[in-house]
Design a protein around this ligand. Structure first.
Ligand SMILES: NC(=O)c1ccc[n+]([C@@H]2O[C@H](COP(=O)([O-])OP(=O)(O)OC[C@H]3O[C@@H](n4cnc5c(N)ncnc54)[C@H](O)[C@@H]3O)[C@@H](O)[C@H]2O)c1
Length: 379
């Protein structure tokens, strides 16, 4: 099978998610990182190129030079991955599509709702692939939970509770040199959403991805807890699902003691599901008429979708990088199918621009609802 070539925006020394994309893309041996515009600082970009083992002439000084340089090569990158702060996502994705590259973008899709609508039409015009990396959708037991909802095994969904709490922004760390905190709390770089745009949107995506339902209306209260912070750092949302079931989403970055507590609970008429990102290899299922069950990743009894997302036998923990790698593995499948002439090569386990638009609408409507102290629609 041919290997695919990746170019990366972001991933400079000291950054978080760019290097994770590289590890995940490389895990199954089908993708090579060949080029990058790794940093806004040219020296750090060159240093990252050396660290990643990219040829010096392909560790570009900026994104524009990367698109121009790669477009001229016979061995040009197949796709561009965007792992920079949010405010850069739209222009980078648009320009890469216009230059003929497929695009893999980290969330949120853009910095504003207007941008994501424009991006949607750019994608339609370009006919290129666009994938949004909502990492948590790659976990085997998230796939298992999704199947249990879709098959009706837990019955009619009656209530959903999702929490995404962290504590790392509980003080003004953005003022003392924490680069990740600095851009996340700056509206010109993060967009209008703080906590809601950074992690609330993951929780929102997980609800819709697993339940198969849409959030149709919501009432939100966002807060700026840390003094002088310009963006929200705490977010509480009541919502209604498309089947009229109620739900609660709460998300915080000032919850001292919480590392990355993403937990989804779905209550159905026959049973309920609990999945927690910090213990991702088990899924608890409570049944109304039989004892509680715990399913473990890697077990033979799991459904096909979870098995496909697993590399190791049970008891050998897989985690964040493997979940991310599952997204890249499916991207490769799509690229292979497309190269083989398969007309509809998409995988419905991947998130794309539709999820990007939903996420941006969620962020905008949470802020709108909180400002107006009113329920708002989400469709
Ligand atoms: N999927 C997930 O689970 C997940 C997790 C973390 C972050 N993210 C998203 O990934 C993105 C990056 O977050 P992060 O935590 O890695 O940020 P970060 O601050 O750690 O890294 C950002 C990188 O982008 C580089 N950069 C900035 N401007 C650039 C430019 N003009 N050209 C090229 N590179 C540039 C920086 O130098 C840095 O290397 C954000 O959009 C964030 O929301 C997603």
């Amino acid at each position: 099978m041919r290997r695919f070539r990746m170019a990366l925006a972001g991933g400079g020394t000291g950054s978080f998610i760019g290097p994770v994309h590289v590890m995940a893309a490389r895990l199954d041996g089908a993708i090579d990182l060949v080029a990058g515009a790794f940093s806004s600082n040219p020296e750090r970009a060159a240093e990252a190129g050396r660290r990643f083992g990219v040829a010096p002439d392909r560790a570009y000084r900026n994104f524009r030079e990367m698109l121009e340089g790669e477009a001229l090569r016979s061995d040009r990158a197949d796709f561009v991955t965007i792992a920079t702060p949010n405010s850069l996502h739209f222009e980078m994705a648009r320009d890469a599509l216009r230059a003929g590259f497929d695009v893999i973008s980290d969330k949120p899709a853009t910095a504003t709702l207007e941008q994501v609508i424009d991006l949607q039409s750019e994608i339609e015009k370009s006919q290129r692939l666009y994938v949004l990396t909502h990492t948590y959708t790659g976990y085997p037991l998230v796939r298992e939970a999704r199947e249990l909802c879709r098959s009706g095994a837990i019955g009619v969904i009656r209530k959903v509770v999702v929490e995404y709490s962290q504590g790392w922004l509980s003080g003004p760390v953005e003022l003392s040199g924490n680069r990740q905190a600095a851009w996340r709390t700056d509206p010109s770089k993060a967009g209008a959403g703080g906590c809601v745009g950074d992690i609330g949107v993951h929780a929102f995506n997980l609800v819709e991805y697993v339940s198969g339902l849409k959030i149709s209306a919501l009432s939100a209260m966002v807060s700026k807890i840390v003094e002088r912070r310009e963006l929200d750092d705490d977010c509480n949302v009541l919502f209604r699902l498309s089947n009229d079931a109620p739900g609660v989403l709460h998300s915080s970055q000032v919850a001292i003691g919480e590392s990355n507590r993403l937990e989804l609970r779905i209550y159905g008429s026959k049973g309920s599901l609990i999945w927690n990102q910090e213990t991702p290899n088990s899924l608890i299922i409570h049944w109304s008429d039989k004892p509680t069950e715990v399913r473990y990743a890697g077990s033979g009894y799991l459904g096909e979708s979870a098995k496909r997302a697993t590399r190791l036998p049970s008891g050998h923990p897989e985690g964040y990088i493997e979940a991310f790698a599952n997204i890249y593995r499916e991207i490769v499948e799509v690229l292979v199918d497309r190269a083989g002439g398969v007309s509809n090569a998409w995988r419905d386990t991947l998130c794309g621009i539709d999820e990007g638009v939903r996420g941006m609408r969620f962020i905008a409507q949470v802020l709108e609802s909180s400002n107006r102290s009113a329920w708002v629609e989400l469709n």
